[in-house]
Write a protein that binds this ligand. Sequence first.
Ligand SMILES: NC(=O)C1=CN([C@@H]2O[C@H](COP(=O)(O)OP(=O)(O)OC[C@H]3O[C@@H](n4cnc5c(N)ncnc54)[C@H](OP(=O)(O)O)[C@@H]3O)[C@@H](O)[C@H]2O)C=CC1
Ligand SMILES: CC(C)CCC[C@@H](C)[C@H]1CC=C2C3=C(CC[C@@]21C)[C@@]1(C)CC[C@H](O)C(C)(C)[C@@H]1CC3
Length: 422
Amino acid sequence: MRPNSQGLKHKSSHDTEREFGGTLGAICIPVFLPLTVLFLISVSRCPEASVLKWPPSLPSTDHLWDPLALMVLLGWISLHALLYLTPVGKVSEGLVLRDGTRLKYPINGFHGLCISGVLLLLLVGLGAPLGYLFELLVPLAVCAIAVSFLFSVYLYIRSFCAPSDALALGGNTGNPLYDFFIGRELNPRIGNFDLKYFCELRPGLIGWVVINLGMLMKEVELRGSPSLAMILVNCFQLLYVADALWNEEAVLTTMDIVHDGFGFMLVFGDLAWVPFTYSLQAAFLVVHPQALTFLGAAVICCVGYYIFRKSNSQKNQFRRDPSHPSVARLETIATATGKRLLVSGWWGLVRHPNYLGDLLMALAWSLPCGFSHLLPYFYVIYFTILLIHREDRDERQCRAKYGLAWDTYCRRVPYRIFPYIY
Ligand SMILES: NC(=O)C1=CN([C@@H]2O[C@H](COP(=O)(O)OP(=O)(O)OC[C@H]3O[C@@H](n4cnc5c(N)ncnc54)[C@H](OP(=O)(O)O)[C@@H]3O)[C@@H](O)[C@H]2O)C=CC1
Ligand SMILES: CC(C)CCC[C@@H](C)[C@H]1CC=C2C3=C(CC[C@@]21C)[C@@]1(C)CC[C@H](O)C(C)(C)[C@@H]1CC3
């Protein structure tokens, strides 16, 4: 086995460890998750909103398709592609790739958020019924799912023209179903347009807050003014999305960009799962107004946000420039790859302080929806599972990269996400 520049031992492509349940997961997830999206939207608008009701409610077939939804979706993706290409903001370099090069990325996502925000407000000012997004939600989700499948097929086919250095280490097993699902090519690009980086932060993430705004407008149509719960959910989630785009550069060091190929999992996650399931709380509130709002949620959200932002920024700063005054005094341990690991500061508290903050925020987003239904807590439950699984994947990758140094780090910082619990 030969080590590569990411520090991982390079196994031959066919003996790569399979993730997400291997071939079975690669068959089941693309079938069940799209159905879950439609199921959850459908449940959020039923009066009883019960996720446990049997048989499960799915939208009726005549509500699945609306040509307007396809136009809105393609128009939205095109708008963001144009904004991505606009030469504003700086250009940043990603981490060093296996062939020793570094790719360049435009850091203009926050501009994209602001410009699309202004355009939407103009549309609302001109009388566009943004609340109609509530009626359009199911056909929009259907179109996003269809686009995700088609786009993933395109990515899979084009990956065969990519040089072997450009393939993700885990997505090149030779099993077509698994490789299609997990993604073969690491950074597919059309010219300088990076498809993974574009999808990760723009159409879906910004689409999520637009859907939230649409739900708020629907509430205004129905009840004359938005409820406090709806305002809180909109503000909390807008803060999360604005933060992601403001700190766009930090996404260049995340697992998705550095390690994962771009296949169905991320395409569907970015374009369909994020906008349509992360907005469920707002969709739920349209049909299930809450008289009482738990304002403690604002405190939990702020604490969560503080931990999330500070820990992510600390690691990002340390990885980009370990001599920077904000991180230079932190205690570290050396690894055989030449990279060091933080063992004090946020990363000395637990091994994933950023996940802890993110989970606290997730809880805060659900609390304004009250305690009568399980559906608004879907995100916290799913996210806990996702992060525990992600933490496990990351541990395995770090152990492969850092060997003994990682074991020393684990002894120094025994808890993974929740101090003294897990
Ligand atoms: N809302 C959502 O749906 C999702 C949100 N997220 C959020 O995205 C953010 C990024 O998460 P993710 O990409 O999973 O991972 P992290 O940002 O936690 O990055 C993990 C990497 O950090 C480095 N690292 C780990 N420990 C240390 C240490 N002690 N000192 C220095 N470097 C260390 C390692 O990489 P190396 O050493 O190679 O630099 C490791 O592989 C998180 O805040 C997470 O909550 C993630 C998934 C979904
Ligand atoms: C459907 C699958 C089973 C799972 C799909 C997972 C994806 C939805 C997530 C994988 C990593 C993500 C990140 C964010 C959104 C969700 C996905 C795409 C992120 C952009 C959210 C905002 C954060 O600030 C971030 C750190 C930029 C996140 C990066 C990872």
